[in-house]
Design a protein around this ligand. Structure first.
Ligand code: DAH
Length: 461
């Protein structure tokens, strides 16, 4: 990745702006409304496209997954890697069957542009439009990789912008034996690939056979259809996970063992398990977890696409069936490369970038000297309650990447006045340079000033 390429991307992204009544994103102008809550700090990330930067860890993970999935079928999946992050509320929520009161829709969780548009909170927002395109493209599988945006807490693993990959495969329903045999042949091929990993252990869970349970089969589908699709989906995702973790274990083993140990001796078991899950646009739904560093980690959600999504894409009633999944690319990159702080993924620091340049695959990231973390507490009285994410957003807007983490350390309500007092601890750290005590004092004053301006807070000393 050349320097110029990174700086061009950054230049492009700083043309996105929010002012008093307009929002400009990727050269489109939107009128603000009361719902608008995107900030300059957030939209400057639009257009960075880390998932397409050669040798960037997020790009590498994307490529490994794309390759694994393409190996499951004779036809490569269509790749959508540059869909705009500005989508309608309808695309992000309604078309996928999100109930009106779903917490994901709230202003404290989502970045709204105005009453019609938002910054997508997940790549599933494109599912219906991709199903529509499928009808003319003569290809039943696609993969989408893209940046997604969520208001959230601040710590080493949460950043308001992150990357996801979405994938789906659909079949026109057909009850002939030949049709089922074709799907079964793909499953058998995947099983063959999986059997080449000697150290795989997979604990499975069936769908619920109890009718009307949230995880039962959809009523228009048969048991045979449901079982074969679940098997196809699970084997596909097991291959993805096995390939990712195998690359990590192999590479780490070969770099760490100057000893005479053979690979089999040092490569640990890859342990996965399936659990039931719930997503509004899939039924039944599942999640795959991996046992890693002593704990079970959720890796990827998935399920059989609900009829509602095919209907919204304009397919004739009950003619399609298929599966869909979504996986977080930053999270996988951090786990597999041992990247300790999510902010590093956005770094333009040579000490970060040079470790990935001209290198392929998965390897261990070597942390470079990080600068000291300095903590400051801020305590204040509030007359009206403030959502935790609104506080976090104020801190992000004021401090950008100079905040390492932030947490609520104390709160209480004065029984006489009913007023609430909160105390937050902000951990200041710049990834590229040292902050002095004076820098931090100045920054902290800026946060206090914004708390007074935006929330009418009364700072306690
Ligand atoms: N969109 C989900 C998320 O952001 C991930 C996901 C789960 C995508 C299940 C899917 C799916 O397509 O079927 O957490």
């Amino acid at each position: 990745m050349s320097h110029t390429k990174v700086s061009n991307q950054i230049l492009k992204s700083i043309q996105n702006t929010v002012n008093n009544n307009k929002i400009n994103i990727l050269n489109n102008v939107y009128n603000k409304t009361d719902l608008s809550n995107v900030t300059n700090n957030i939209i400057k990330h639009v257009g960075r496209n880390l998932h397409l930067q050669k040798n960037h860890p997020i790009n590498n993970i994307r490529e490994i997954i794309e390759k694994s999935i393409d190996s499951t079928s004779s036809k490569p999946f269509i790749k959508y890697n540059d869909l705009t992050p500005v989508v309608s509320i309808k695309q992000n929520f309604d078309d996928l069957g999100f109930p009106k009161n779903h917490p994901g829709r709230s202003k404290s969780d989502t970045y709204y542009i105005n009453d019609t548009y938002l910054l997508r909170t997940h790549t599933s927002a494109h599912e219906v439009e991709c199903f529509q395109k499928m009808q003319t493209l003569q290809n039943n599988g696609y993969l989408i990789s893209a940046d997604v945006y969520r208001r959230d807490e601040i710590d080493k693993s949460h950043y308001p912008v992150f990357y996801q990959m979405e994938g789906s495969k659909t079949w026109a329903r057909d009850n002939s034996k030949k049709f089922f045999n074709k799907i079964q042949t793909e499953i058998d091929n995947m099983k063959k690939q999986l059997s080449t990993f000697q150290n795989l252990s997979i604990e499975d869970v069936d769908y619920t056979h109890e009718p009307e349970s949230v995880n039962c089969k959809q009523s228009h589908m048969t048991d045979e259809e449901t079982s074969i699709l679940i098997s196809h989906m699970k084997r596909t995702l097991e291959l993805v996970v096995a390939n990712l973790f195998m690359q990590r274990y192999k590479n780490y083993a070969s770099t760490s063992s100057k000893s005479n140990k053979k690979d089999e001796e040092v490569i640990p078991e890859i342990k996965m398990r399936w659990i039931e899950a719930y997503f509004p646009w899939t039924q039944p739904s599942f999640e795959i977890e991996v046992f890693f560093n002593g704990e079970w980690l959720e890796i990827c959600g998935c399920g059989l696409v609900r009829e509602l999504a095919y209907k919204n894409a304009g397919f004739p009633k009950e003619t399609q069936m298929g599966w869909a999944f979504g996986i977080g690319l930053d999270r996988m990159a951090m786990l597999l490369y041992d990247i300790p702080d999510i902010r590093l993924l956005w770094s333009t620091d040579e000490r970060f970038l040079k470790q990935f340049r001209d290198k392929e695959g998965i390897f261990k990231f070597k942390p470079f000297s990080t600068h000291a973390v300095m903590s400051r507490d801020v305590s204040f009285w509030l007359n009206t309650p403030v959502h935790l994410n609104d506080f976090m957003e104020l801190v992000r807007e004021e401090l950008g990447d100079m905040v390492e983490s932030c947490s609520l350390v104390d709160e209480f309500v004065n029984p006489k006045t009913g007023r609430k007092s909160q105390c937050f601890r902000i951990n200041y750290q710049h990834l590229d340079r040292n902050l002095t005590n004076e820098d931090v004092n100045e920054l902290h004053k800026g946060v206090e000033k914004k708390l007074i301006e935006q929330f009418g807070a009364e700072i306690r000393n």
